[in-house]
Design a protein around this ligand. Structure first.
Ligand SMILES: Nc1ncnc2c1ncn2[C@@H]1O[C@H](COP(=O)(O)OP(=O)(O)OP(=O)(O)O)[C@@H](O)[C@H]1O
Ligand code: SF4
Ligand SMILES: [Mg+2]
Length: 321
């Protein structure tokens, strides 16, 4: 079966003042299977959301190709159709910013349903909104339909945002840090709802996060990509990667996680790296982009091209190279 979305050698560069160029995404190959889940992790500024915008179809790549099913987006003669636009929906970290504060939930959800011709008339819209609210666990639905976004908790707003994404019957939902802004206590229930939508409605998910614990919870059994300075440096099944990291960068991220037992005192929260700062993306390091921070770096890591993502990992020192 064709993947919902496939990216080949995708680059995104932003021109800056003074002729400088920021290379936010470099040479990414990625496939999201129909009904599948793909997780992208990496620290702040590594290019996750920029890649997400390419997946969402709102940002054309500077180089490389993006296929949505059979259709090559951005190719010569390509035109967006409404059907195509609706097939990828997004849920952001801060749904408060994307839910119109002057409207009640009934209008926030019912308006687009009517505008897209998915229901006819106020009564049908009311029924559809209540069904949607029940689907995302906001019951009693009448109570939540009458609320404004500011009257809801962060977790409830994320559920409304999921309902809004879901109602347009997308093939793919891009979830960019969807639970970073909500309390730890409700994080898992929202991710559980997303898993349910994936399983029961067959909607594919691209899950973007900097948090390895939620990556494991949501993405287990599915592929995950680890991003560093715009590149994919490791790729594999979530649990396998997190239990047996091979790239020194992922190893460092995992070593910085707090131990399950806080009495096992160890310096926590400090990445075992030469430097805590992500290099300037307008002047990326030569060779392997990770070498200025990598404790294992050798002379060859600084020279030549960055290591290719071979057999799921981009590092010169991985066995047999
Ligand atoms: N429109 C833009 N113009 C210039 N630079 C941009 C633009 N959008 C993003 N960038 C830069 O591209 C790099 C990647 O940004 P991006 O938002 O994709 O990172 P991220 O991994 O999502 O980070 P975070 O975890 O903080 O959300 C950053 O250096 C950012 O400053
Ligand atoms: S290629 Fe070298 S610098 Fe890069 S991650 Fe591997 S060991 Fe570290
Ligand atoms: Mg981001």
């Amino acid at each position: 079966m064709n993947p919902v979305l496939s990216l080949r050698d995708v680059h995104v560069s932003f021109p800056l003042s003074g002729g400088r160029v920021l290379r936010a995404v470099q040479g990414v190959d990625l496939e999201i299977p129909e009904g599948g889940i793909v997780t992208l992790v990496g620290e702040s500024g590594c290019g996750k959301s920029t890649l997400g915008k390419v997946l969402l179809g709102v940002l054309p790549p500077t180089r490389g190709t993006v296929h949505f099913g059979e259709v090559q987006l951005w190719a010569r003669g390509f035109r967006w159709t409404r059907e195509l636009r609706l097939q990828v929906q997004v849920v952001h970290q801060d749904s408060y910013a994307s839910l119109n504060p002057v409207h009640r939930v009934q209008t926030i959800l019912g308006g687009p349903l009517r505008a897209h011709g998915l229901v006819r008339g106020a009564q049908e819209a009311g029924r559809a909104v209540r069904e949607l609210l029940e689907r995302v666990g906001l019951t009693p639905a009448d109570y939540f339909a009458a609320k404004h976004p500011f009257q809801l908790s962060g977790g409830q707003r994320q559920r409304v945002a999921l309902a809004r994404a879901l109602m347009l019957r997308p093939r793919l939902i891009l979830a960019d840090e969807p639970v970073s802004g909500v309390d730890a206590s409700v994080r898992l229930s929202i991710l559980e709802l997303m898993k349910e939508l994936n399983r029961e409605e067959g909607i594919a998910f691209a899950y973007i996060t900097h948090d390895l614990a939620t990556a494991r919870f949501f993405g287990a059994g599915h592929p995950m990509g680890v991003m560093y300075l715009g590149r994919l440096v490791e790729w594999g099944e979530v649990g396998t990667l997190l239990d047996n990291p091979r790239h020194p960068y992922l190893k460092a991220l995992l070593a910085a996680l707090p131990p399950p037992d806080p009495l096992q005192a160890r310096q926590v929260g400090l990445l075992p790296l030469k430097s805590l700062d992500l290099p300037d993306a307008t002047r990326p390091p030569s060779g392997c982009p990770f070498h200025p921070r990598c404790l294992l770096a050798e002379a060859r890591c600084e020279a030549g091209d960055p290591p290719a993502l071979l057999d799921g990992v981009a590092c010169h020192l991985v066995e047999g190279r």
